[in-house]
Design a protein around this ligand. Sequence first.
Ligand code: UDP
Length: 315
Amino acid sequence: MNKRVLITGAAGFLGSHLCDRFIKEGCHVIGMDNLITGDIRNIEHLFPLEAFEFYHHDVSKFVHVPGELDYILHFASPASPIDYLKMPIQTLKVGSLGTHNLLGLARVKNARFMIASTSEVYGDPLVHPQNEDYWGNVNPIGPRGVYDEAKRFQEAITMAYHTYHNLDIRIVRIFNTYGPRMRLNDGRVLPAFFTQALKGEGLTVFGDGSQTRSFCYVDDLVEGIYRLLHTKYHHPVNIGNPSEITIRTFAEEIMALVGNPDAKVVYKDLPVDDPKQRQPDITLAKQLLGWEPKYDRSTGLKKTFGYFKDRVLNS
Ligand code: UDP
């Protein structure tokens, strides 16, 4: 029997790539999304397939799925700082009420349950690079608190279902990831820089651009997630690319790749509580999953450039 997989946030950037992967592996995929930040174009190529079905539904409300389920992957959430500033309550609800509903569903179906956690659980980290044992430095009432605390609660309730109900769980802590299907205007740094460079506008570097991030190409992330789902381990696992870069250098790399002479850097205020540095310690993922990223930034950015070129020039 083919495995039946429910993927929430299916029309989003990561969710849609996961749908593709599980279809490719011969699974029956049930995609769910309320489309507040997801884009149906990310999955329209799957609609003709018998192995795919789509539910337009908000998981913060009771979730009903007929038939058996082997795996539930909860990837629904606004996930960029701009989105969760605009939708703070939905962000809290999808991480808390949504996770609770899906945990209930997982129990009824006896399904393995994976949550998309995030490097944001580490907040503005005081430990560098961040390993899974670090508890984080999060401001609960700051603008990012709605996302960070929803994700921390999500980990807590998922672990509680494991401890008290013996539910089979997986927790992936996802670091900054990029690739085709990111939304142009979601406010994240990579779509912003590609769009601005292609249009010959100023690349908006926040603060002095000395803050760092470590960017992982989406295919690497999906591979790590797929392996984690199939490994028996119930504690959090970081998945990301440890290659760390300042945001200012990142802007320069994107300008060089796009090659538009009109593009330049402009500086804007640093958002409140913007983490100063971020780099995943992936020792655990290497040991546990035999996984490490295959795409360096230069290769990944080249693969992503074509997508942004099409989207920006045709928008
Ligand atoms: N950033 C920037 N210009 C932009 C968007 C973001 O300089 O137009 C910075 C932002 O302040 C942060 C980094 O890029 O330091 C990554 O931001 P993003 O929103 O992509 O993700 P996160 O902060 O959640 O890692």
